[in-house]
Ligand binder design. Structure first.
Ligand SMILES: [Mg+2]
Length: 256
């Protein structure tokens, strides 16, 4: 499949065109702004990424969409002037209304009953979703098989794979695609740039056509609906720097 690397010189015109438009810039957090860490609490942005993200957020409407709980995400972005944060795969944002919380409690009770007690397996209950982390489990195949059995009976849950994790979100609930397009409308933007690294980001990659959405998958592995790629998370700083340079050159500043 074609791998259009957004940092390659032949594609900078596409990035420049979006940067010059009335664009919303949006990022996933884990694996995109912050390197994947051995445990979820340990994932932090590099100081250079933090500085560059702050510079981007002063020049563009800028949002972060994450699978993390909103409180957790808010703590991680403290001091960075992003315009809007959305947690829990698109469900949790200031003013959001959702009735999926009772379903989530049922899923967790079911998983606790069905899954064998395995060292390193972590079930994280959030308000609107559940993330089952298995990065630290030794026998991953056994756990994934048990998990597949357990979720088969959860008819109202949508199962989305993540980085050494499995996410359950409600079928009727929002996703990152809905969250991205809502944020674009809220900030009255015509276009969006979105970068993310895993399966939960595919909804966002598919939420707009190539004219209005520049989609960037972080990492070269696997198939993706994204039009462009970064080779790895380490390249996020270069992307942020290009966004800063492009808007400083164009002289267009975000109005807030
Ligand atoms: Mg991610």
């Amino acid at each position: 499949m074609p791998r259009r690397l957004i940092l390659a010189s032949r594609h900078t015109a596409a990035l420049a065109q979006f940067a010059a438009s009335n664009v919303l810039v949006a990022f996933d957090y884990d694996g995109t702004l912050a390197p994947i860490a051995p445990t979820p609490p340990a994932a932090r942005m590099r100081p250079s990424t933090r500085r560059l993200l702050a510079a981007v957020a002063r020049l563009y409407p800028c949002v972060v969409l994450s699978g993390r709980a909103l409180d957790d995400l808010t703590r991680r972005l403290r001091g960075v002037p992003v315009w809007h944060l959305v947690g829990d795969h698109g469900s949790e944002y200031p003013g959001a209304l959702s009735d999926t919380a009772p379903h989530v409690r049922e899923w967790v009770a079911h998983l606790n009953q069905q899954l064998p007690p395995v060292p390193g397996l972590m079930i994280e209950q959030k308000r609107h979703s559940v993330t089952i982390h298995y990065r630290r489990v030794r026998d991953k195949e056994r756990v994934l098989a048990a998990l597949a059995d357990a979720v088969r009976n959860l008819h109202d849950a949508r199962v989305i794979g993540g980085a050494q994790a499995v996410n359950l979100i409600h079928f009727s609930g929002p996703n990152k695609g809905i969250a991205l397009q809502r944020a674009r409308r809220v900030f009255a933007c015509d276009t969006a740039i979105y970068a993310g690294d895993d399966e939960t980001d595919e909804d966002a990659f598919q939420s707009g056509g190539p004219e209005e959405l520049l989609s960037i998958k972080v990492g070269t592995q696997g198939t993706s609906a994204a039009r462009y790629r970064l080779r790895s998370q380490a390249e996020i700083d270069a992307l942020l720097r290009m966004l800063v340079d492009l808007r400083r050159v164009s002289g267009r500043a975000a109005i807030r």
